[in-house]
Ligand binder design. Structure first.
Ligand SMILES: [Zn+2]
Length: 353
């Protein structure tokens, strides 16, 4: 696998509804490996790789968007108020550098806040709400902000470059879900002869409510679907072992349940069986919070057998996501084997005896 592509994917800005740059990048990397490539009305990128069976359709979805900010108001002194696009913990925002996308290119800014020296003690122990934070990007007036190209409606993302921390551990800003996009690109590159026709869907607006995936699933109407994710890893100090959803370095997480979906059991069992047969390390993910595109996909049309497979990522929805490249390799390997071992929709159909 080519880590440079993961690096590019992590660095490129693409908050919900503004995934254009991510889509361009992915299209560039997959176009030579697929039979069809198209964009739908919402902006989902759909790459199709033909298998032996045209009517046996497998959908694998990875979302292109990342959590971000949208400027909603700029005051007369050039400070920009913003709203969050997706779930962002306000505690991590003060002091962050952000990249604002404008028609004139990217503008750097920082998220400012009242200095601690003039903040009363009781206020200091609380998180500043997003409403009270602002982006300071160096403009001294509203007029100057406009001249720089920054206006209401501009979006911003964390300004943080991908970096290797050690041999296998890397950090970057948008592993949720650019690592899923990366895995899906690699799967398209690596699979050769397959029975089902593979619909690799790079979805939009997952972070604001799984919006792109449902539309794509409706149009494709697949026999089964797998959402590829960068998921919560909580194997960190001060998290009790009962709350450690997944662990970094322990292999892909095959999802059994989250609040948006209960995995179709036959599909879940099939995925586990493939991991066992191929001796690929895996973990079963049981989540009492969160959700994935599969939450929307499995309720589309007459119901689509679905679940999710994820790369464990620490500190998701922050600028300092962290993952283990071995997990990424194993997730690619598992997905390739899954698609290769799917021969008929009956493999994952419920039956009555
Ligand atoms: Zn995600």
């Amino acid at each position: 696998m080519d880590i440079e592509i993961l690096k590019e994917l992590s660095n490129v800005p693409g908050p919900p509804g503004f995934e254009d740059k991510v889509r361009e990048l992915i299209a560039k990397y997959v176009k030579d490996y697929v039979d069809e490539l198209s964009v739908d009305n919402l902006g989902n990128l759909i790459a199709v790789k033909y298998g032996k069976e045209k009517d046996f359709k497998v959908m694998i979805a990875a979302h292109m968007d990342e959590v971000g900010l949208l400027i909603r108001f700029i005051d007369n002194n050039g400070f920009a108020k913003f709203m969050a696009l997706g779930g962002i913990d306000p505690r991590i925002l003060p002091g962050q550098r952000v990249l604002i996308a404008t028609e004139k290119g990217y503008i750097r800014g920082i998220i400012g806040f009242k200095p601690p020296h003039i903040t009363p003690a009781e206020e200091r122990s609380k998180a500043t709400s997003i409403k009270d934070l602002y982006i300071d990007f160096g403009a001294r007036s509203l007029e100057e902000a406009y001249k720089m190209g920054v206006k209401e409606g501009c979006v911003a993302v964390f300004d943080r470059d991908f970096q290797k921390l050690s041999d296998k551990i890397v950090t970057g800003k948008a592993f949720d879900d650019r690592v899923g996009c990366f895995v899906l690109i690699e799967v398209l590159k690596q699979i050769k002869k397959i029975t089902p026709t593979l619909y690799a869907v790079f979805t939009v607006q997952e972070e604001v409510g799984l919006r792109g995936a449902g539309v794509a699933a409706y149009a494709i109407d697949p026999d089964l679907a797998i959402a590829l994710e960068g998921t919560v890893a909580a194997d960190t100090p001060e998290v009790p072992s009962s709350d450690v959803i997944t662990k970094v370095g322990k292999g892909p997480a095959i999802r059994l349940i989250d609040p948006t979906m209960i995995a179709q059991r036959k599909l879940f069992e099939f995925l586990v069986k493939v991991a066992e047969e191929e001796k690929i390390p895996y973990q079963v993910q049981i989540s009492y919070a969160g959700g994935t595109d599969a939450g929307k996909i499995h309720l589309t049309k007459k119901g689509i057998p679905s679940t999710a497979i994820s790369v464990p990522v620490r500190y998701i929805h922050t600028p300092c996501c962290l993952l283990n490249l071995e997990d990424v390799e194993n997730t690619i390997k598992l997905l390739v084997k899954i698609v290769e071992k799917l021969k008929s929709p009956t493999q994952i159909k419920y039956t009555i005896s």
